[in-house]
Design a binder for this molecule. Sequence first.
Ligand code: EPU
Length: 341
Amino acid sequence: MKIYKNIPLKKYNTFGLDYTAECLIHINTEKEASSLFNGSTDWKKPLLILGSGSNILFIDDFKGTILYPELEGIKIEEQKQNKESIIISAGAGVIWDDLVEWAVIKGFGGLENLSLIPGKVGATPVQNIGAYGVEIKDLIVKVKTINLNDGSMRIFTNEECEFGYRNSIFKNSEKSKYLVTRVYYRLAINPLVNLCYVSLKEEVNKLGKETLKNVRKAVIKIRRSKLPDPAIIGNAGSFFKNPVVKSSVAERIKKEYPDMPLFEDQEGYIKLASGWFIERCGWKGKRIGDVGVHEKQALVLVNYGKATGKEIFNLSQEIKKSVYEKFGVDLEREVEVIGII
Ligand code: EPU
C-alpha cells in the first residue's frame, strides 16, 4: 500500500487533465483494503474509486481521498471436465485488455468482442462495459467487494448487481460504498463467436475463419480506426450514452430523417445513436481551443493538450443543448463528472 498526498492526477485520467488530489491510496491486497476501512482511520471524504480513469472528467482539484486498486492475478476457479463453460476470476487492478488477451489465447470465449476497451477489471461490473453486441453483465457470475464503512467482505451475485445499460447498483444505491476487489466471469470452452454486429462480421470474414483470435483482431482494427488512443489524444471513449426512447419518439424523428440509425431494445423502446445526432448538429471534427469532437467518432470528446475539465464540460453542455433543440432528444453523459458543476 502507498499513500500519496497532493498528487498530480494527469496520469490517472485518460483525458490527461492536470488537477491534483489531496490524498491517493494505492491498494494492493484485499487485506489492505479491509484494514483501511475497519474503522481505525477516518479517510477524508469524499471518497473516489479510480480504475484507469477512462470514464471520468475532473473539473477541479479533488479535495478528498482517491482509492486506486492494484489487486492483481488471473485465476481459473472452476474447470469441470466435459463442461461447456469455465469460471475465471481477475483482480480489480488487472488491465482489462490483458484479461481479454489471456482468455483468447487460452481459447476461452466471451470477452473477445470487448477487446481494447480501456480500463481495469474493477470497473467492468460498475460500468457494465459493452461493445459490438456484448455486455459484460452476461458473463459476470459474481463480484467480490470490501465495504468501505467497516472493511467487511461482501459478494454480490450477478442479480444483486442490478445491471443495466452502462449501469449497475455500484453507480446507484451503493455508489462509493463498496470497493470491487475481484470479479468472476463465466467463459465458454467451445465458444461460438458473436458476430451480430454487421461491420464486425465483415472484418472477421476478411481475416478468414470465425475464431476468437480473428474476432479480437477485427475488434482491435475497428476500434483503432475509429477511436482515438488516449495515450496520444486525451479522451474518455463515448462521452454520452446512446439514448433509449419510446418507439413513438423514434418514429417521429425517423419520419423527418429516414437515414437515422435505430437499434431494437426492450419492447416498446428503441436505442438511438448519439454519435449520429451529434454529427447531424455539425459538431463532428470541430475544435475550440484545445477541446474538440473527434473527427471519426462524434461521440468522443477530446483534449488536444491543454484543455481544462470545465472547457470539456462546457462543450458537452453545448452539444446537449443543440441536440435537444434540433431533435428533442436529451443526451445523458456516460462519463462521470467529478467536481462541483
Ligand atoms: N454514427 C454517426 N456518426 C458518428 C458516430 C456514429 O453517424 O460520428 C452512427 C454510426 O454510423 C452507426 C451508429 O451511429 O450507425 C452507431 O455507431 P458505432 O457503431 O460507432 O457505435 P456507438 O453507438 O457510437 C457504442 C458504444 C461504444 C462501443 C460501440 C461499438 C455507447 C455509449 N458507446 O458506440 O462504447 O465501442 O458502440 O459497439 O454505448 C464507450 O462506451 O466508451 C464506447 C466506446
